[in-house]
Write a protein that binds this ligand. Structure first.
Ligand code: ATP
Length: 282
């Protein structure tokens, strides 16, 4: 399987914050949920991939190309959706169509205008006059209309109602029908990732703490509620993170390291994120 994205040893230092040695890979055919608390470093990572900021060290390969040396070729083959929709909001859909036609060799006007028709967009109405959800859908449509193989999205569903979020996920499902495609989807909305992500990469305080297939993650880990003595009796390797309260302990545990019969409950992505960001390392 080919990797569409390979990040090795990425570091970027700001005053008071640093991305430290970020490494992960995204294969073809995979939707990767990129998740972490506010300020964890998601946008900084995405901007580094897009070469919108200069990294300190590290290597980033996109579709087999170096993201700096081959920047033009990379841009042609990726679709980008940023949180604010990234749009010149004073434009209308017709003007976006013209502008994108100039920006991308592979731009397909009929595809973009097809999306506009499907969304019921009046091509002459300025994009800023549409709802946030509609602006996001237009933004995604423009990212999908030049034959991109990799979609990079920074919080595309944040602030959208559940119905529009579902419509956005439908667009992503359609895009993933081609098995060469892949999506890097930064999101806080873990229920969206429960629906669509094949693998999950957690970033916390500028470091990758976990990058694994979602199903493996949910199979491997569980939540154990027990006493402090019970927790202390477990093999430390089995305890990934723990929270100790006045009335007992809660731990994110490897199921295979816990004695049979102990009450290990299923875990979801949101709980894993909470444990890895707010729990104590075991
Ligand atoms: P959010 O979910 O809130 O968007 P994030 O995970 O995307 O968070 P980043 O936007 O990557 O986080 O920010 C990581 C840290 O880097 C933050 O503390 C932010 O203040 C800092 N930061 C980002 N850009 C700059 C900059 N240009 N100069 C200095 N610090 C910056």
């Amino acid at each position: 399987m080919n990797n569409v994205l390979e990040i090795k040893g990425l570091c970027k230092r700001y005053e008071g914050f640093a991305l430290e040695n970020i490494s992960f890979t995204l294969p073809q055919g995979v939707v990767m949920g990129f998740i972490g608390e506010n300020g964890a470093g998601k946008t900084t990572t995405i901007k580094s991939i897009l070469n919108l900021i200069r990294r300190d060290v590290g290597e980033i390969r996109v579709l087999g190309m170096d993201n700096i040396h081959d920047e033009r070729a990379v841009k042609e083959r990726i679709g980008v959706v940023l949180e604010d929709g990234g749009f010149l909001n004073t434009m209308n859909a017709r003007e976006v169509n013209t502008l994108m036609g100039k920006a991308y060799q592979g731009w397909r006007p009929e595809l973009f205008l097809g999306y506009m028709k499907r969304f019921g967009i009046d091509e002459r109405k300025k994009i800023k006059d549409y709802s946030k959800g509609m602006r996001m859908k237009i933004s995604i449509a423009s990212a999908l209309s030049h034959g991109a193989e990799l979609l990079i999205m920074d919080e595309p569903t944040s602030g959208l109602d559940p119905i529009v979020r579902d419509e956005v996920l439908d667009l992503l499902y359609d895009f993933m029908q081609d098995e060469r495609h892949a999506i890097l989807l930064s999101s806080h909305i873990t229920s969206d990732l429960d629906k669509i992500a094949d693998c999950v990469t957690f970033i916390h305080a500028g470091r990758i703490v976990l990058s694994e297939p979602r199903d493996e993650l949910l199979d491997t880990y569980g939540v154990l509620r027990c006493t402090a003595d019970q927790l202390a009796s477990l093999d430390p390797v089995a305890v990934r993170a723990k929270r100790i309260g006045a009335f007992g302990c809660e731990a994110l545990v490897r199921r295979d390291g816990v004695p049979i019969g102990w009450p290990v409950e299923p875990v979801n992505i949101e709980q894993i994120m909470l444990f890895l960001t707010r729990g104590e390392d075991a």
